[in-house]
Design a protein around this ligand. Structure first.
Ligand SMILES: Nc1nc2c(ncn2[C@@H]2O[C@H](COP(=O)(O)OP(=O)(O)OP(=O)(O)O)[C@@H](O)[C@H]2O)c(=O)[nH]1
Length: 326
């Protein structure tokens, strides 16, 4: 459903520049027909106030605490109300709805709570801001940071005027090697790149050595030639059941053995999997799944289904050395 509205979950740790990025985006002509939902963990709607400055933007506030913790139906009701109100105005439908999450939100539970909106066919993307100056410190102390980056389709590096981004990029790639990185010093160009990702874009696998977060394992799963399609699906199901909340992200491609020209894009955030998207099989769609886990090591995943026709290896190095942190 290419013409369905996009639902962009704007995540990123406290103070990493979400509101700034969103405001920069809303100033661009490309942002026409955008609605914004703001979630503040605290009581005061600072972000909403900043975003609303000088505009008549369709906007709603979720003030019921951090949206990933409260897990009420508020978000679903809010989205439905925004869409209904828009229809009543007779204007064209929204092209996108942006939910700016509180800086402590984990994207997984939020995406799960959007389940009742599935019939609307919204195209969901996670964009996470990463403060290049603070990344190592955040990674060392906050699991939320890793959960946000792990869930991201796009990681936008901010504060590039304060520091060079290489260390933060390496760190982010060690947590989520397949995310698209936006490293753009110009703020308008950064916002444009952040909010307009090419649809169905396939990321390439990273090269070179990457670190690993102390509690996050980044694994690569491949299947043996004799593995059937059911074997692949069983393996994924078992992984989700076995890892539960420790599963942060699954992303990659599967090749159905019966359909030689076809690859399917697999996207899971937490244990929630999006419908698989068929794509042409080719160099950019190799069969491999990146699996990002918290508190689960390679050997435990191998032992989960020792007889499975799958090869599991560690994609990144062993342990993260958070630069500048002891
Ligand atoms: N120097 C610099 N400051 C930035 C940049 N992006 C954001 N800031 C500043 O960083 C601070 C936090 O930015 P926000 O956009 O409010 O960050 P946020 O992620 O929305 O913050 P929370 O809502 O607390 O999670 C503000 O003072 C911004 O002006 C940047 O690229 N460079």
């Amino acid at each position: 459903m290419e013409d369905a509205a996009e639902f962009i979950l704007l995540a990123g740790f406290l103070g990493s520049g979400k509101t700034t990025l969103l405001v920069d985006w809303l100033r661009l002509p490309e942002a026409a027909d955008t609605a914004v939902i703001v979630n503040e963990a605290g009581q005061i709607d600072v972000d909403g106030a900043v975003i609303a400055t000088g505009g008549t933007l369709p906007m709603a506030l979720l003030s019921n605490g951090c949206v990933c913790c409260s897990l009420t139906n508020d978000l679903v009701f809010t989205v439905e109300a925004l869409l209904r109100q828009r229809m009543e105005t007779g204007k064209p439908p929204f092209r996108r709805i942006v939910l700016e999450c509180s800086g402590l939100s984990r994207p997984g539970p939020i995406l799960r709570s959007l389940g009742p909106l599935a019939p609307l066919g919204l195209r969901v993307r996670v964009v996470a801001t990463c403060d290049a100056a603070q990344a190592a410190e955040r990674a060392a102390h906050f699991e939320e940071f890793a959960a946000q980056l792990a869930a991201a389709d796009t990681v936008v590096f901010t504060k590039l005027d304060q520091t060079s981004p290489e260390a933060a990029q390496a760190l982010a790639a060690s947590i989520n090697p397949l995310a698209r990185a936006v490293v753009e010093p110009d703020r308008a160009a950064r916002a444009l790149a952040a909010f307009t990702a090419p649809p169905g874009r396939a990321s390439s696998l990273p090269e070179g050595e990457a670190g690993a977060h102390p509690r996050v394992s980044v694994l690569l799963a491949r299947f043996t030639p004799e593995a059937s399609w059911e074997d692949r699906l069983d393996w994924l199901e078992n992984l989700a059941a076995f890892a539960g909340e420790r599963l942060l992200r699954v992303k990659g491609f599967l090749h159905p053995p019966e359909q030689p020209g076809l690859a399917v894009l697999v996207q899971g955030v937490g244990t929630l999997f999006s419908p698989m998207v068929p794509m042409p099989r080719g160099e950019r769609t190799p069969e491999a799944l990146v699996v990002i886990l918290r508190d689960l090591e390679l050997e435990a995943v191998r032992q989960m289904m020792p007889e499975a026709p799958a090869w599991i290896s560690r994609l990144s190095g062993n342990r993260l050395h958070c630069a500048g942190v002891g």
